[in-house]
Design a protein around this ligand. Sequence first.
Ligand code: HEM
Length: 399
Amino acid sequence: MSDERLASFVASERDRACPFDPSRDLLRLREEDRTPRLPVVHPVRGAIEAVVLTGYGDVRAAFAEERLVTGDGIDPALPRTLFNHPGFLPAYSGPEHLRLRRMLTGAFTVRRTEQLRPAIEQLVAGHLDAMAARGPVVDLVEALALPVPSLVICELLDVPYAARAMFQRCSQVIMDGSADAGQLVAASAELNAAMAEIVARNRATPGDGLLGELVREHGTELTDDELVGFGTTLLVGGHETTATMLALSALALLRNPEQAAVLRDDPAAAGPAVEELLRYLAVPAPLLRTAVADVEVRGHRIAAGEHVLLSPLTANRDPALVPERPDTLDLRRRPVAQLSFGFGVHQCLGQQLARLELRIALPALLRRFPTLRLAVPEAEIRFRQGSTVYGVEALPVSW
Ligand code: HEM
């Protein structure tokens, strides 16, 4: 295996034989316990050189190492994108990150999230009804996977749902690795401008949504820019990832009918089943860190200034985490401490919400359409290989 060959796909590509599995070269890195410095193409940074960590222990330890930071911080001299906008949580580190994150954690606890259950159940049921009426062939991404998380996050933030087409288009440009710098800046600017109007409205009269709550509780501690950044981060982070997970899970279940039956027939299975789908599919592309000091992660020396890529997918499939059949989807498996939501201080803020949406939507889909099947040959399904979240472009289904 030449490092040259690995370079072009290490950041996000999967195995050609099974669209859910890590690429073989990435797996080999884990098996050989190698941590080479490789030229990689990162969805946001473009061509960089990075140390690639693939094993469970290494990835988890690197997530926990606070001297490996997520971004360059908020540099006002750079053209503004979502990724360097004030309020974009992943760009912060240390006490400033904690200060900002604490203002949001209360809204995403298990208890607060659980209050959304009836609304999410209703939303899902409504979309399944609409799907039944539209059949016999629908694109599951368009009919269910994208609108449900979008509506939930719009509701939470009090963003008019009419703006969804705009924000979905912008967030796809932002998350999809193929956009150039100009497109990224333009899409971010459009999204920021729309969010600035919503923030201004909430500054004038705080509404019932999360932005209104932030103005009431932390209005004097936050700038308008920070509020805009909070809003866009949650809007983009809150729907694209969950939508992708929903559609990719549906495909994995269609390929494994006996696993689909577990989720369809046993109401108690939803919790562990969703954990296993999160583990097995691991939709986030390898996550980038930069060392702000010389550090050592379980024997791997990383010099100040070096980039590190952390692969949740290979970590989740590591026999060190899952000794038995780690590459098999087994919804009856006892949940393990998988890394699809990251780990450490930047661990996903919206993970309880994502779990709830998946636990409601997937069983409901399978129960409503027990004969659900792909409406096209599997070879025709297009995967988002270069994106920051892996998934399908569309999923035509029938029943
Ligand atoms: C299945 C769905 C989801 C997946 C797989 C996912 C994955 C992740 C991962 C891996 C991180 C850590 C990134 C890093 O360490 O560099 C993260 C952070 C984050 N996620 Fe999620 N996420 C999901 C859903 C959501 C939802 C529904 C929301 C909001 C409502 C959300 C909001 C955030 C935010 C704000 C952060 C940044 C936290 C920080 O930097 O302190 N995510 N997510």
